[in-house]
Ligand binder design. Structure first.
Ligand SMILES: [Mg+2]
Ligand SMILES: [Zn+2]
Length: 260
């Protein structure tokens, strides 16, 4: 059976390790200010790790988060799995604001509308966000296969609303990521992605990201990805003057030769 992080943390009060009231304090962690073990309302209990991405207003102390990491490690070793952390933009997909769509890309807006009901589509118009998103070729196959070997997280510097919207496209049934979607607000250090907010053992983490800079403390875990640029705004942003894949009506991995 798949266990969610939320269940592991025992906020429902079912976790064995959290039952013994006599051992509080130290309080292992809090949900809406109430201790997960003894239920007391505690105003200030020193530094805590905020894990809003798992459950809003969830905070864990160092001891409890370390315990969670050990439990997760045991579980993953039993399942013969490692942890895979996936960046979104330029790693799994490319997005553009609708306002930045060039004339030569306008056909994509019509295309996105016409394939709206196709479950295998890779182009999405996110009306509420005023964005157009193109998944990298073979993303669905990749996720399906990676899921057999890894416990997977999304980890992006983008805002939470965007991260959740994209998670829905990548994983509509919530079988891959569930609540494991980490975004900018969860980071404990500005402009840096840290593994401190991941309740998994650092030595079994593999990271796929196109940006090395944000992983200063975890370079050994990082596999640097070649950037996926599909839209013209993305190419411009990175200083490429050539036509984008979208403008050429092609995609990554397709031959440049005419007629292919
Ligand atoms: Mg990126
Ligand atoms: Zn307590």
């Amino acid at each position: 059976m798949m266990e969610t992080n939320q269940e592991n943390i025992g906020i429902t009060g079912t976790s064995k390790n959290l039952e013994d009231k006599d051992s509080c304090p130290p309080h292992p962690g809090f949900y809406k200010g109430l201790c997960l073990r003894c239920g007391q309302l505690v105003e200030d209990d020193g530094p805590m790790l905020s894990l809003d991405y798992i459950t809003k207003d969830l905070k864990l102390g160092t001891r409890e988060s370390d315990r969670q990491r050990k439990e997760d490690l045991k579980k993953l070793l039993r399942e013969k799995k490692l942890i895979l952390i996936l960046d979104l933009d330029h790693t799994l997909l490319n997005s553009t604001r609708l306002a930045d769509v060039s004339m030569e890309e306008e056909y994509l807006l019509r295309q996105a509308d016409s394939i709206k009901d196709d479950p295998k589509r890779s182009l999405f118009k996110l009306d509420a966000m005023h964005m157009l998103t193109k998944l990298r070729p073979f993303v669905h196959t990749f996720l399906k296969e990676a899921n057999m070997m890894y416990e997977m997280y999304i980890y992006t510097m983008a805002e939470r609303s965007y991260a959740l919207e994209i998670a829905k496209l990548l994983d509509p049934e919530k079988v891959y990521f569930n609540c494991k979607v980490i975004s900018q607000a969860d980071c404990t250090q500005r402009h840096q992605k840290g593994l401190d907010v991941v309740l998994g053992a650092e030595n079994i983490v593999v990271i796929l990201d196109d940006t090395e800079f944000v992983w200063q403390k975890h370079k050994e875990n990082l596999i640097l990805m070649e950037r996926y640029h599909y839209f013209s705004s993305s190419c411009r942003q990175f200083g490429f003057s050539a036509k984008s894949l979208s403008e050429l009506m092609k995609d990554e991995g397709e031959s440049n030769e005419p007629g292919h």
